[in-house]
Design a protein around this ligand. Structure first.
Ligand code: 6PG
Length: 475
């Protein structure tokens, strides 16, 4: 039997779909799963692609059935299972083999694994894959952390299986070590902010305009034809229109209001803080998911502080809808500006020199946050590869200036009507803060010097370590 071009370990939904995608592109795949039943079930369901797979029932069999040098993709849950698989496989691997972790791994783990395995004859690659189950099957966006040599060897397969934007493959080398997983983490952080802001605007439309889900589905579909065009807006319209078969109600009316999370959003927020480049929209989105999960406490507090009906609404319905569209545009720009700032800072901190333009380019198709706006971001980096902030790109600045008044109107109304809008508010505050020539931080510096002699700089003199003539009680 001819040997396989590549191996794949882990035939869960993502692994199985990725294997089918690789086979569809003409590469033979040796597949191995923790349970033999999982492997058999996969082969039985492989249909016309069946002959493109070599089912393997042990690690030895897997390794023996791949052409050397062997690329092997691990699609197993992030964390300990990745380390377990590496330790099982590593004794069987030879010179030039490439072990590719394609799960949603913490990039710190990928940094560690890359360094730990640097002394072995084979290479470790940490690879972020976005696009959910559908993307894995028909073309994901792929963010690779690898040495240039290892990337060069797997690039043809990755280009073949990735999503395409105007025929350009949505895959690129982000840098060595955990660079690929770092970029994937921030992708997910932005995904959290995008999703939260969409949910908030839905609530504003419901509370201030009493719009039913069906009507909102139509509004979102319409938005999907404009500057907000994106996968998340598109699926929100679809989700809003679906009716639950059991109750006959819109499905969103019967879905419990507690959001799950696996960690990548939180990792983004934590990393942003560690880098000193807070991403407040992402932060707020993570916090909102946590608060949604405190369902029992929310019921009790709601009893004590009942909501009153909306006291303010839009004079003209269409004006409210348009303001919501602009609020989402402004919120999205702020979240992406923050997200890209964290990417740039993380790249610098880790010595990776992340390709910012490529990141925007490979996110234009295949991934969950794919959107028309990413075309504008890619263009902004084409025009200026050293762009300090997305806010400074002329075309984005024009869009932001046009959209911000809508965000202000939406927030004025939502705050007056007690509609929680944490991510949209954070986005506006972050924007309002970054465009201030003089922030209120001089008060904090005064306080710090008063109680702890921490010193401050002055606006009228060079130097640092000045102290105030504080009255008694001051330091
Ligand atoms: C993607 C998704 C994918 C996954 C999220 C869900 O890019 O394909 O982001 O990675 O669906 O990680 O994450 P939560 O469970 O944390 O929402």
């Amino acid at each position: 039997m001819t040997q396989a071009d590549i191996g794949l370990v882990g035939l869960g939904v993502m692994g199985a779909n990725l294997a089918l995608n690789i086979a569809d592109n003409g590469y033979k795949v040796a597949v191995y799963n923790r349970t033999a039943e999982g492997t058999q079930a996969f082969i039985e369901k492989a249909g016309h692609l069946k002959d493109m797979f070599i089912p393997c029932y042990s690690t030895e069999e897997l390794v023996a059935n791949i052409k050397a040098p062997r690329p092997i993709i691990l699609m197993v849950p992030a964390g300990a299972p990745v380390d377990q698989q590496i330790s099982v496989l590593k004794d069987h691997l030879k010179d030039g083999d490439i072990l590719i972790d394609a799960g949603n791994s913490d990039f710190h783990d990928s940094n560690r694994r890359y360094k730990e395995l640097a002394g072995t004859p084979f290479n470790f690659v940490g690879m972020g894959v976005s696009g959910g189950a559908e993307g894995a099957r028909f073309g994901p966006s792929i963010m690779v952390g690898a040495s240039e040599a290892a990337y060069g060897r797997i690039e043809p397969i990755l280009k073949a299986i990735s999503a395409k934007h105007n025929d350009e493959p949505c895959v690129a080398l982000m840098g060595p070590e955990g660079a690929g997983h770092f970029v994937k983490t921030l992708h997910n952080g932005i995904e959290y902010a995008d999703m939260q802001m969409i949910a908030e605007v839905h609530e504003v439309l419901t509370e201030t305009l009493s719009l039913r889900l069906q009507e909102q589905a139509e509004i979102f579909s319409k938005w999907n034809e404009g500057p907000l065009a994106s996968y998340l807006i598109e699926i929100t319209a679809s989700v809003m229109a679906v009716i639950d078969e059991e109750t006959g109600k819109p499905i969103l009316d019967v879905i419990l209001d507690t959001a799950g999370q696996k960690g990548t959003g939180r990792w983004s927020a934590v990393e942003a803080h560690l880098l000193g480049v807070p991403a407040t929209g992402i932060d707020a989105a993570v916090a909102a998911r946590c608060m949604s999960a405190s369902r029992a406490l929310r019921q009790e507090v709601a009893e004590l502080y009942p909501q009153s009906d909306a006291v303010l609404t839009w004079e003209i319905k269409q004006e409210g809808i348009d303001a919501c569209e602009r609020a989402l545009i402004a919120g999205k720009i702020a979240a992406y500006a923050d997200g890209f700032a964290v990417l740039a800072a993380g790249g610098k901190e880790n010595g990776w020199d992340l390709p910012m333009g490529d990141i925007a380019r490979i996110w234009r198709q295949g991934c969950i946050i794919r959107s028309r706006f990413l075309d504008e971001i890619a263009q902004a980096y084409d025009e200026n590869s050293d762009l300090k902030s997305l806010y400074l790109a002329p075309a984005i600045a024009e869009r932001m200036k046009d959209a911000v008044p809508g965000l202000r109107d939406v927030l004025s109304l939502s705050i007056t009507n007690s509609v929680p809008t944490p991510a949209l508010s954070a986005a506006l505050n972050s924007f309002d803060m970054i465009r201030q020539k003089r922030t209120a931080a001089y008060v904090i510096q005064g306080q710090r010097d008063f109680f702890g002699q921490h010193g401050f700089e002055r606006t009228d003199k060079e130097g640092s370590g000045f102290h105030g003539p504080w009255p008694a009680g001051g330091a």
